[in-house]
Design a binder for this molecule. Structure first.
Ligand code: FCB
Length: 449
C-alpha cells in the first residue's frame, strides 16, 4: 500500500455531537442548543444536552483512541464555550477543556486536527444576524486568532469551517438544520460570509506566526447525470456548480464560477458580494479537507415537476448499488475519481480526508460485541480508493473515519450510528465495534492488508 510513513490515521467528531455539558463552566448557548430544543426540529425530540458526555469522559475517550493505535484525531471547538457571547475576552474555563484535551492527545502520540466551526456558533451572534450578517466575518477571525494563541504548538492541523454548503443549504434554505431559515437568498449570503470568513480567519491565523498547516473542509458531492441526454448533463453541471464549485472556485481561484454567478445573478441582487471579497476567500491554504460519503445522480425536471431548483432533481438510489441504513449509496471508487479530479483541476492540493463513514443499525449481539462487517467493507473500499489516488500522484496525507463514537446526528438525533465505537447512551458505555478492531490493524499496517 502506498500510504506515506507519516500518514495520519484518525477518527473525527464534533463538539455539539459528542460533548454534552451545554451549560458547563460558563459556556454560552449555541444555535444548536436553541434549534434542538425547538419542538419538532429533531427526530424523537433528541437534543445534544448530554450527547456522549465527552466533556466529562474525554480522558477515557483519549485512552480508547490510544488503545486502538490512532495517531490523529479531528475534533471541533465549541465557539460558545470559548466566547459565550461570540465576542470579546475568552472564557478561560472553556479554553482549558481544549488545552487539556490536546495535551493528553499529544502525550499519547495522537496528532490533533482542530475545526473552528463545526456549526454550533454562539446564539448571541445569531441574535445579531448570524452568518447573514457581515459582522460575523470579523467575529470569526477574532475567534480564530484567540484559539490559535491559546492552543499554539498543540494542534497539528487547523480547519476553519466544516462543510459550508451543508450549513448554508440545510440551515438557511431547507431549514432542517440550525438556525432553521428557509430562504434561498439567505443561503447564498450565508455561503458568501462563510467563504469570506474562511479567508479572514486564515489571515488572522497567519498573523499569529503559527506555522502548522491550515485549511478548510468541504463536503464534496461528485455529481453524475442519470442519462446521456443534454438536459440531464446540464442538470449535473449546475448541481455540481451549486454544491461543489461554488465553494472550490472561491477557495482556490478567488472567483465564483461564471455559470452559477449568471444563474443566481438573474434571480437575486447579490449586492452583498463586495469588491475584493471573493479574492479574500482565496488565501493560500496548506490543505483541503475532503468529507466524502456518497455521490449524487441527478436529472432535469419534467415540465410539470416541482424541482429543488429550476434545474435539477436528485434521483433515488440506483438499482444494485448497496446503501447504508440511512439509504446513502456506497460508492467507494468515486472517491478515487474525486481525488484525481481535484488534483487535476485545483493545482494539486494537499488533501486530508477529514470524514468518511457510514451509518448502520448496529446492535449489541448476544456475545456482547457489535459486528459490523458492512462498515468494514465500506471503509476498506474507500481506503483502497485513496490508495489508488495516491498511486496516481494525488497528495493525500491523512484519513479520518467518521466517527470515533456513535453520536448526535443533527436532525436525525441518535438513531443513526456512524461510530467505530458503539455508545450505549443510558450507561454511556463505549463498545468498540468489530470495525474498530479492523481499523487498528489498518493503522498498524499503514494501510489495509
Ligand atoms: C457530515 C457532518 C458530520 C456528520 C456526518 C455524518 O455532513 O460533517 O458532522 O454528521 O455528516
Amino acid at each position: 500500500m502506498p500510504f506515506p510513513t507519516d500518514f495520519a490515521w484518525g477518527a473525527a467528531t464534533s463538539s455539539y455531537q459528542i460533548e454534552g455539558a451545554v451549560e458547563a463552566d460558563g459556556k454560552g448557548a449555541s444555535i444548536w442548543d436553541t434549534f434542538a430544543h425547538t419542538p419538532g426540529a429533531i427526530a424523537n425530540g433528541d437534543t445534544g444536552d448530554v450527547a456522549c458526555d465527552h466533556y466529562h469522559r474525554w480522558r477515557d475517550d483519549v485512552e480508547l483512541m490510544a488503545s486502538y493505535g490512532l495517531n490523529a484525531y479531528r475534533f471541533s471547538v465549541s465557539w460558545p464555550r470559548v466566547q459565550p457571547d461570540g465576542r470579546g475576552r475568552p472564557n478561560e474555563q472553556g479554553l482549558d477543556f481544549y488545552r487539556r484535551l490536546t495535551e493528553a492527545l499529544r502525550e499519547r502520540g495522537i496528532r490533533p486536527a482542530l475545526t473552528l466551526n463545526h456549526w454550533d456558533i454562539p446564539q448571541a451572534l445569531q441574535d445579531r444576524g448570524g452568518w447573514q450578517s457581515r459582522d460575523t466575518v470579523e467575529r470569526f477571525a477574532d475567534y480564530a486568532r484567540l484559539c490559535a494563541e491559546a492552543l499554539r504548538d498543540r494542534v497539528e492541523w487547523w480547519i476553519t469551517h466544516n462543510e459550508p454548503w451543508i450549513i448554508s443549504a440545510l440551515g438557511y434554505r431547507l431549514g432542517i438544520h440550525a438556525p432553521g431559515v428557509k430562504d434561498t437568498e439567505a443561503e447564498l449570503r450565508t455561503a458568501h460570509h462563510l467563504l469570506l470568513s474562511h479567508g479572514a480567519a486564515v489571515e488572522a491565523y497567519r498573523a499569529t506566526g503559527l506555522a502548522a498547516p491550515v485549511g478548510i473542509t468541504l463536503n464534496l458531492l461528485p455529481t453524475y447525470p442519470q442519462t446521456e441526454s443534454e438536459a440531464d448533463a446540464r442538470a449535473a453541471t449546475l448541481s455540481d456548480g451549486y454544491t461543489n464549485r461554488w465553494y472550490l472556485e472561491p477557495v482556490f481561484n478567488g472567483r465564483y464560477p461564471a455559470d452559477m454567478l449568471e444563474y443566481f445573478g438573474d434571480r437575486f441582487s447579490l449586492d452583498w458580494i463586495r469588491p475584493g471579497d471573493v479574492e479574500r476567500a482565496a488565501q493560500p491554504i496548506d490543505f483541503l479537507g475532503v468529507n466524502y460519503y456518497s455521490r449524487r445522480v441527478v436529472r432535469a425536471p419534467r415540465p410539470d415537476e416541482q424541482a429543488e431548483f429550476a434545474w435539477v432533481v436528485r434521483t433515488e438510489t440506483t438499482t444494485g448499488v448497496p446503501t447504508s441504513d440511512l439509504g446513502w449509496e456506497m460508492t467507494p471508487p468515486v472517491l478515487r475519481d474525486l481525488l484525481v479530479h481535484l488534483r487535476d483541476t485545483y493545482r494539486s492540493p494537499t488533501i486530508l480526508i477529514t470524514e468518511n463513514g457510514c451509518s448502520l443499525n448496529d446492535e449489541i449481539a448476544p456475545d456482547g460485541r457489535v459486528h459490523d462487517p458492512r462498515r468494514i467493507a465500506f471503509l476498506d473500499g474507500h481506503l483502497r480508493a485513496v490508495a489508488e489516488a495516491i498511486d496516481a500522484g494525488v497528495d493525500v496525507r491523512g484519513y479520518f473515519a467518521w466517527s470515533l463514537l456513535d453520536n448526535f446526528e443533527w436532525a436525525e438525533g441518535y438513531g443513526p450510528r456512524f461510530g467505530l465505537s458503539y455508545v450505549d447512551y443510558p450507561t454511556q458505555r463505549r463498545i468498540p465495534k468489530d470495525s474498530f478492531a479492523w481499523y487498528r490493524d489498518v493503522v498498524a499496517g499503514n494501510g489495509p492488508a
